[in-house]
Design a binder for this molecule. Structure first.
Ligand SMILES: C[S@@+](CC[C@H](N)C(=O)[O-])C[C@H]1O[C@@H](n2cnc3c(N)ncnc32)[C@H](O)[C@@H]1O
Length: 293
């Protein structure tokens, strides 16, 4: 994880340089496009003809633009704390010919939603809620920005992505499960260090109900890219493992650190840059809820 410098009083190892993550966020969302497309087909069945679609915590806007494609009559507003990511979102929307019905709001969630000029018919929040200190309060604030009959779609949880077989012929088998555990440690520290962090039971349907909404569905969507991977997918796997090597390495023992070093060294025959058995298998869960009043 890169650190913020300058006047920001951010000095935790878990602080995230969101703008610096633009390339990874973009390549990830591009790779996961088949999964998002399935999720959006499901949303289209539920939320017919929304006038305003809001992407809360949009990042660089790959998914915001997919929302614009899934809902061709809607205006899409991407909201995020990182201005440079929203610049990329606007450029992408313009490139895809949706610039005239695409806007952005820069600011801290959930307060930034006050910058919307009307209530949302569909509010999509993908892996952004878990970066907010008080998830219960934030969900209530998201719900309060919905138009009557509007839908909140929350993408949180699912299954951690798998890239490698259990035994990869180097190091100790089961590395990926231990990487997941290391990432869980990082995630817990990240959540604990958020401003106003509140521990919460992450029962998303219950939290949507507590926010005054009617829970209407939960579905998980699979991304299944078998080996051999095309180059962009392979580059994505290498980027994720490199980030883990640099960020979550302290939770791993020496053997696993050495294996991760080999896996991320492009000059090593056994690295994910070269080995033939790398794949991507992941699942994301989407919960939907409707504002009844
Ligand atoms: C993991 S990324 C998810 C991006 C995108 N929704 C996706 O699924 O690919 C989390 C996003 O939330 C934004 N974010 C994190 N904390 C935030 C906050 N307190 N206020 C506004 N945005 C925030 C980050 O800038 C980042 O773009």
């Amino acid at each position: 994880m890169a650190h913020h410098g300058g006047h920001h009083h951010h000095d935790h190892t878990t602080d995230i340089d969101w703008a610096g993550m633009a390339p990874l966020l973009e390549s990830q969302a591009e790779l996961y496009t088949p999964l998002y497309t399935q999720a959006m087909a499901w949303l289209v069945e539920q939320a017919a003809g929304p006038g305003l679609v809001v992407d809360a915590g949009s990042g660089p806007g790959v998914v915001s633009c997919l929302l614009a494609g899934a809902f061709p009559d809607a205006r899409v507003v991407a909201v995020d704390g990182a201005g440079p990511l929203l610049e990329r979102a606007r450029a992408r929307a313009a490139r895809l010919g949706a610039g005239d019905r695409f806007a952005t709001v820069t600011g801290e969630l959930p307060g930034a939603l006050d910058g919307l000029d009307r209530p949302a018919d569909l509010l999509w929040a993908s892996r952004s809620l878990h970066h907010l200190g008080d998830q219960r309060a934030a969900l209530a604030a998201f719900g309060a920005r919905l138009a009557p009959g509007g839908t909140l779609a929350l993408l949180e949880g699912g299954l951690p992505a798998r890239f490698l077989p259990r035994d990869i012929g180097i190091g100790r088998p089961g590395l990926q499960a231990r990487l997941d555990a290391a990432e869980e440690d990082w995630f817990a520290a990240m959540r604990a260090s958020l401003p106003g962090s509140v521990a919460e039971t992450e029962d998303w349907p219950a939290l949507l109900t507590a926010a005054g909404l009617k829970h209407t569905g939960t579905r998980s969507f699979l991304l299944d890219l078998p080996a051999p991977l095309p180059d962009p997918a392979r580059a994505y796997v290498a980027a994720v493992l490199t980030r883990l090597r640099d960020g979550a390495g302290e939770s791993l023992d020496d053997t696993d650190r050495a294996t991760l070093a080999r896996l991320t060294d492009p000059d090593d025959e056994a690295s994910v840059h070269r080995r033939p058995d790398v794949f991507v298998l992941a699942a994301h869960t989407v919960h939907t809820a409707v504002r009844a009043d």
